[in-house]
Design a protein around this ligand. Structure first.
Ligand code: BEZ
Ligand code: FE
Length: 310
């Protein structure tokens, strides 16, 4: 808060209106109040709340770092280039929000309201095509390289009730850290993707390979920001999920491979402890046979808790 305070009241003056903080009084101390006072009384209350806080923080930040005109111009140019890098497939602004931790902060604030439900995470840019429909037990790996594994789990509500026939859209990078859409002609379209329907007990299982860590796209302004701040661009190995169940909020999340490189320093801050899962050996060869995987395949179990709609 500035030391200079004003009563935020619009005054009618002969059919017109004037601000208590006049634009002509604009100083370092009154700047934020002058802008906030300019919002019409009819402004939507939530929009007013958001803009008021944004203006106060933005002005406070500029004063705090004593922002120069040159730095302001650089920032405008950076944001312009960020926008220019966007198209119908690439969203550089979301990537910027991701590496600045804003996306995961927003998810974390939202998650607070949903208690024991599985934590949600960023969607990421690689959920771009309809995943091929698969049967429980099918493999989403069409290439056959990498370490085979089975993913199992159960979808339940926050009170533990199973959610029969929940749908699970899953997608992942291959054992070299590339999504199918990054390697057209190398990986067939739909490799590493599947749309599953859980059984009558909410249980699901599918075969795949253990994914590898990979870098986020660095050929745009976000890449220069990471470089300028001495940060790496990697995400730990993970499988993405969008889970839907009748009467419940859709859940977008990941399961992370325990022990993966970068598990402690995900460049988009999504690798939360509750989402890290062991991809351990399958102890019982008969079980491996039942799942139709080699005896040395891995097994990861991921139970998913969905939040009922309000
Ligand atoms: C991903 O996991 O696909 C991803 C998420 C955020 C930024 C870049 C990639
Ligand atoms: Fe990913």
């Amino acid at each position: 808060m500035t030391e200079f305070t004003v009563t935020r009241v619009w005054q009618a003056t002969g059919g017109g209106r004037r601000f208590l903080v006049m634009a002509t009084d604009f100083t370092e101390e009154t700047a934020a109040d002058a802008v906030i006072e300019s919002f019409a009384p009819s402004t939507d209350p939530r929009l007013r709340e958001i803009l008021t806080s944004l203006v106060r923080h933005l002005h406070g930040f500029a004063r705090d770092v004593e922002l120069t005109i040159g730095e302001w111009e650089y920032a405008i140019d950076f944001l312009t280039r960020t926008g220019q890098k966007c198209d119908d497939k690439r969203q550089e602004f979301i990537l910027l929000s991701d590496v600045l931790g804003l996306s995961m902060l927003t998810e974390t604030i939202t998650n607070r309201k949903f208690g024991v439900a599985t934590e949600s995470t960023v969607l990421g840019p690689f959920h771009v095509v309809e995943s091929p429909v698969k049967e429980l037990g099918d493999s989403i790996d069409a290439v056959g390289t990498g370490t085979p594994c089975v993913v199992t789990g159960r979808v339940v509500s926050t009170d533990g009730t199973p959610l029969p026939h929940a749908t699970l859209d899953v997608w992942q990078a291959n054992d070299e850290g590339f999504y199918d859409v990054q390697q057209p002609g190398v990986q067939e379209e739909g490799n590493g993707r599947g749309l599953f329907t859980a059984d009558g007990k909410g249980e699901f299982w599918f075969r795949t390979i253990v994914p590898r860590y990979y870098p986020i796209p660095t050929d745009g302004p976000v890449g220069s920001l990471l470089k300028a701040t001495g940060r790496h661009s990697f995400r730990p190995a993970h499988i993405h999920f969008i889970v839907q169940a009748a009467g419940h909020r859709d859940l977008t999340t990941h399961m992370f491979v325990a022990g993966s490189e970068y598990i402690e320093s995900d460049t988009v801050f999504a690798a939360k402890r509750s989402l890290i899962v062991d991809f351990g050996p399958i102890e019982d060869p008969a079980q491996a046979e039942k799942w139709n995987v080699p005896a040395d395949a891995r097994h990861a179990h991921f139970d998913i808790v969905m939040s009922p709609e309000a």
